[in-house]
Ligand binder design. Structure first.
Ligand code: GDP
Ligand code: IMO
Ligand code: MG
Length: 431
């Protein structure tokens, strides 16, 4: 059966967690390949709500292995806390269920301090990061001064690395950002404690995947963030510091491109964005408030109110290209119930031209205005729909428009947060 990658096609929070949880039923392994605890993936299973920031959303199924790939930046305290929360919910998470790549980079206290102090210093110009140290940790990775998970188990190496790093970071924190310096002994002590707790979970993810492939197991790759937060293809600089696009699953887990068979793009039936950056279809009126309230659009990680707007097919077409999408999973269609008219942006107008893709220049992007197609809305509660035929004609027309404009088939339509509130059109693992 085909290995499947689940990615977000917009600016994150598309409902990837729910889709991954759903597809885990057909998978043997679930692997995250980028990002960190800037992600917040919410699952609703048998009336219980779980939010995962680092642990792959497949963890709720017994007998499935969850892997955290080398492409992630991992805050060890957050990972241990998530494991503890699961234990408290009666779900035992031992090394047979969860493993962390030895090569994953570790978010250190100075990464968080830098993230917060920099954002504060930027004032109005801030990106609106999650403040979790994501950017500074990826910077250190690229600068070749990062701490990797394996380093936590080697006290001498770790001490040298931390001392070298802190010399520079403390100078920058104190002298440039007018913030507080960190004490290297305290940082080392905490890191070693984390290392002791995490060492049984450390693994070579690439080797584990090779073994799984030999045994013809099904692998599900769980993306975090969204394509337009991608550091290369997103609305730079209002992006995250990793590549959420599907291709990153190879580098971030240690497998070849030929092992990715089906790419599912998760598409929220409208658009949301947390943090700063241009957003062409943003609604700042009562329709925006309606969607925000109905969709309970508050960030799973920071609790911030998400900005809401109409579905943007320019964004979606770009995502289809960047990811090579094979199918779309449309989520939160139920949230649009009750609107008289629903709108979909089919192109951008910019200085008398019609643009079909997002311009690289943010100055141009900020001047683009949406060209909308309006469709009649529907009033019926659709959360009980389990087949496309159960949906009102207007909701089906909305889905048809998405399919026609992107030329990509729909695999899943989600009509509520719960596992069962789903229309499975074609399971990607069976395609
Ligand atoms: P992720 O980051 O992409 O995993 O998405 P989040 O979990 O941050 O945000 C999606 C939110 O929408 C979560 O609270 C989900 O429980 C919820 N959700 C997912 N699918 C649906 C759906 O089809 N309808 C409704 N009403 N809520 C959904
Ligand atoms: P999931 O996986 C939505 C946004 C932040 C900010 C920008 C940079 O739940 O979809 P960072 O802390 O990464 O340096 O912040 O990216 N952002 C997200 N927005 N969902 C996410 O993850 C996000 N992860 C980061 O709000 O605008
Ligand atoms: Mg989220």
């Amino acid at each position: 059966m085909p290995n499947t990658v689940v990615v977000g096609t917009q600016w994150g929070d598309e409902g990837k967690g729910k889709i991954v949880d759903l597809l885990t039923a057909e998978a043997d392994l679930v692997v995250r390949f980028q990002g960190g605890n800037n992600a917040g993936h919410t699952l609703v299973v048998e009336g219980n709500k779980f939010i995962f920031h680092l642990i792959p959303s497949g963890i709720l199924y017994e007998g499935k292995k969850c892997l955290i790939g080398n492409g992630l930046v991992v805050d060890p305290g957050v990972l241990l806390k998530e494991m503890e929360n699961l234990e408290q919910a009666g779900i035992h998470v031992g090394p047979e269920r969860l493993a962390l790549s030895e090569k994953a980079h570790i978010i250190m206290p100075y990464h968080k301090a830098l993230d917060l102090a920099r954002e504060a210093a930027k004032g109005k110009e801030k990106i609106g990061t999650t403040g979790r140290g994501i950017g500074p940790c990826y910077e250190d990775k690229a600068a070749r001064v990062g701490i990797r998970a394996i380093d936590l188990t080697e006290p001498d190496t770790l001490e040298k690395k931390i001392n070298a790093c802190l010399k520079e970071k403390n100078f920058y924190l104190e002298r440039f950002l007018e913030s507080e310096a960190l004490d290297s002994e305290g940082v080392l002590r905490e890191a070693l404690t984390f290392g002791e707790k995490l060492s049984p979970f450390l693994t070579d993810v690439s080797l584990e995947l090779e073994e799984a492939l030999k045994q013809h197991k099904n692998i599900l790759f769980e993306g975090a963030q969204g394509t337009h937060l991608d550091i290369d293809h997103g609305t730079y600089p209002f992006v995250t510091s990793s590549n959420p696009v599907a291709g990153a699953a190879c580098a971030g887990a240690g497998i070849g491109p030929g092992q990715l068979h089906h790419i599912v793009g998760v598409v929220k039936a409208y658009t949301t964005r947390v943090g700063a950056g241009p957003f062409v279809t943003e609604l700042t009126d009562k329709t925006g408030d309606f969607i925000q309230e109905r969709g309970k659009e508050f960030g799973s990680t920071t609790g911030r109110r998400r900005r809401c707007g109409w579905l943007d097919l320019v964004v979606l077409r770009d995502s289809a290209r960047f990811n090579g999408l094979n199918s779309l999973a449309i989520t939160k269609l139920d949230v649009l119930t009750g609107l008289e008219t629903v709108r979909v942006c089919i192109a951008y107008a910019w200085e008398g031209q019609m643009l079909q893709s997002r311009p690289a220049s943010l100055t141009r992007f900020a001047k683009c205005t949406p060209v909308y197609k309006a469709l009649p809305g529907w009033q019926e509660d659709i959360s009980g729909a389990r087949r496309l035929e159960d949906l009102p004609a207007q909701a089906r027309a909305y889905l048809d428009l998405i399919q026609e404009e992107t030329n990509i088939p729909l695999s899943i339509v989600s009509v509520g947060p719960a596992r069962e509130e789903t229309i499975m059109i074609q399971n990607p693992f069976h395609s």
